[in-house]
Design a binder for this molecule. Structure first.
Ligand SMILES: [Mn+2]
Length: 397
């Protein structure tokens, strides 16, 4: 089972490892089930995953989602052995499954120690799919087939930003796995083509309803009284505002989920992959909308350099964001402070309780949301030396 963000890495790691275990396990009666850790209804939002699986001829009907298997019941009956991929801490709701965990493969810094008999593989590589690939390649020959290889190949490429050292994600082990996969399956498509197609698919919102798009990359900030949603939206603001029935959609979305307002942060890219960011602020409650707008307009840490844009809808304010470097990570604390919530007194930026697994956000943490930075030798050296001393990426220098 992968993590609750159920990004491409989690999905492919679960599929490939379960397939490998099914092919190689000595337990004749065991069923190996890759579990995608989201409800099936959310699968359409993982557009890069739906693209790659479709491309490789794997029908969505053959996947097992979290709401389709009773892990608690299986565990209760003593029938469950759980292998965690791409995460190693179960969410609070799954705490009861803890005793069923027999193995972990993850590539993020270890937050929780597990003793034997649980087998733990936690390595600071760019993609958990790299660890799965290594595992399969260490196994008996002939298990890795073309479909599995293509899934792993695409996932490592996407996670490691096309193996660009400047993006700071790739490690020598990811590179080695890519080379082995390509050596063994020379018919795999070229790296640039695979990466380009996956990156495009990740941002492709065609076919998504407005509701799905608002849900695709959603965070919330709240005070005692109100909850405000902040949605990353991957189309130009003008296009977004022209969606038919947008106002009713926003209203239904907020009402159905108990949000007093919603801030849509749109991001679109030019041919040089440079982002253009714009904002739309919606609330039926005029005072709240004004409060949010004023906070965004007057923010100084950082200044967003907002320029008002015409909006076709009453109750929706629109802005061009001159400061295109200000990602949602920067905007969240501004909104949080405006609501008088935690962090309002200038507390640390990441005051909010982190989700159990990093969300697959396209607006902030994901390097794809920014242009791939120009090559900086210091970054590469720093990265390599961190790997050399076994420190996880992103740990304090
Ligand atoms: Mn991952």
């Amino acid at each position: 089972m992968g993590n609750e963000a159920c990004d491409l890495d989690s999905t492919v790691s679960a599929l490939a490892l379960a397939y490998f275990l099914a092919q190689t396990s000595p337990a004749p009666k065991a069923a190996f089930v890759p579990v995608l850790n989201i409800p099936r209804v959310d699968f359409a939002l993982r557009t890069e995953t739906t693209f790659l699986l479709r491309d490789r001829g794997i029908p969505a009907a053959s996947l097992i989602f979290r709401d389709e298997i009773d892990l608690g019941g299986l565990h209760h009956a003593g029938l469950l052995s759980l292998t965690l991929v791409d995460h190693h801490v179960l969410s609070g709701a799954d705490a009861a499954l803890e005793e069923a965990v027999v193995e972990v493969l993850d590539h993020r810094p270890l937050e929780r120690e597990r003793g034997p008999p649980c087998q733990v593989t936690v390595e600071p590589v760019g993609s958990c799919a790299t660890l799965v690939t290594e595992r399969i390649l260490q196994g008996p020959p002939g298990v890795l087939d073309r479909t599995t290889a293509a899934l792993l190949h695409g996932t490592i490429l996407l996670d490691c930003i096309n193996l660009s050292p400047a993006a700071g994600k790739v490690t020598p082990r990811d590179v080695a796995c890519m080379s082995l996969l390509e050596e063994r399956f020379p018919e795999l498509p070229a790296r640039d083509a695979v990466f380009g197609a996956l990156q495009a698919a990740k941002f492709d919102v065609t076919g998504l309803t407005t509701e799905q798009m608002l849900r695709k990359d959603l965070k919330v900030v709240s005070s005692d009284e109100v909850v405000v949603a902040i949605s990353g939206v991957f189309e130009d603001l003008e296009t977004f505002l022209l969606r038919p029935g947008l106002l009713q959609e926003l209203e239904a979305f907020c009402q159905g989920r108990g949000y007093a307002g919603l801030v849509a942060m749109t991001v679109s890219f030019n041919e040089r992959h440079e982002p253009t960011r714009k904002l739309a602020v919606y609330s039926r409650q005029e005072p709240l909308r004004s409060t949010l707008c004023r906070a965004l307009e007057e923010a100084t840490t950082p200044s967003l350099l907002l320029q008002p844009l015409p909006s076709p809808w009453p109750g929706v304010a629109a802005y061009a964001q001159g400061n295109s470097a200000a990602t949602r990570k920067k905007v969240l604390p501004i909104l949080r402070a405006a609501l008088g919530g935690p962090g309002a007194a200038g507390g640390p930026e990441e005051e909010a309780v982190p989700p159990p697994t990093p969300m697959n956000s396209l607006v902030e943490e994901c390097p794809l949301a920014q242009a791939v930075p120009p090559l900086c030798p210091q970054d590469v050296l720093e990265r390599v030396s961190r790997i050399a001393v076994g420190q996880p990426p992103g740990s304090p220098k």
